[in-house]
Design a protein around this ligand. Sequence first.
Ligand SMILES: Cc1ncc(COP(=O)(O)O)c(C=O)c1O
Length: 400
Amino acid sequence: MRKDFQFGSLCVHDFTKKITNKSHQLPIYATSSFAFENLQQGIDIFSGKKEGHLYSRYGNPTIETVADKITRLETYGLEMEAKGFLFSSGMAAISSLLMANVKSGDVVLTQNNLYGGTTYFFNEILKPLGVASIFTDFGNLEKVENELKKNKAIKMIYLESPANPTLACVDLEKIAQLAQQYGVKTAIDNTFPTPYLQQPFKFGIDFIVHSTTKYLNGHGNSISGMVIGKDVDFMLEKVWKIMKLVGTNSNAFDAWMLNNGLKTLELRMDRHCQNADALAHFLQKNNQVKKVNYPSLDSHPDFDLAKKQMSGSGGMLSFELKGGFESGLRFVDQLDFCTIAPTLGDVDTLVVHPASMSHMSIPKEEREKVGITDGLIRISVGIESIQDILNDVECAFGKV
Ligand SMILES: Cc1ncc(COP(=O)(O)O)c(C=O)c1O
């Protein structure tokens, strides 16, 4: 190689091209585009004749490695094909999936107790584009079938199970069967349970979305989302096209942070379940508590269903204080060890009082319909030593 390059060129170019060993950890491909060895290679990759990367909005080795890992987790032990893409957030994943599946005049059948951002997306973005949403109770299968019977414009059933904040579960097998009968596609937000505790493909669901920002990352240090579909051609054509043209793709750094979190998913989920179960039983014994929502308590309305379709109840729970709104405020404010933060699924215990925080703008009658009462507290139980969580909660009860 020539040795006489000028100072400015030495600054710009990377002359050491040969990497002799594979890196132990996944490299971060912080590059917008990929260079070709020669023109023919470029033509072959552009035309699809040869595999390779072009531009990071279309695909990037760091991002694809992580997307493939999550796809393998969602299909673990199942005899099936699937394809997944990683997006810039859970909302980017949800909106891209919907854009790929519905057009003006179509209708989405969904539930009342969705993550707030998804409800806003249906009402504020899809509705003005001509896609209406029907909000129903997926616990009432007769009602669901009636909706499907009378409304042929329904093209997708979109659900969450377990759902915020009461951890209500939807019978995935029965919903998938009904949807197939009426030629409707199904999608589930599997953020709360993760594929470690629930694999919706097993029950016939067509698409899975995640806010990977939550349990899959687990450390609260990156934002991303995932769509996985069992129709590989649809994913490669429609969903990939939306990601590429709307630009909803993830970035290499956030994908890499997510990958670090994924390495301990199994260990973390076991501990989340163990800690949440212990806290749920502890709360149930407290006389200031009216009700505890956690699927593995036999008082939970979906105890049997959760047992059938989940291998553990996860780290999310909620409970209702007898003292209402004021007690809710006082309880949260007295916590010292647990953190007040509007996210979930991290290694540390996170608490919100929905009535005064996430759902403060929703009229009381509306939020109460989906179980968000004045005294409701939601806890994302972390993986700390359980005694410290119990001590903090007990201490806060003493000051309510
Ligand atoms: C269940 C669920 N789905 C989707 C989202 C949206 O994810 P993101 O914040 O990564 O866009 C959230 C965010 O809190 C969520 O809790």
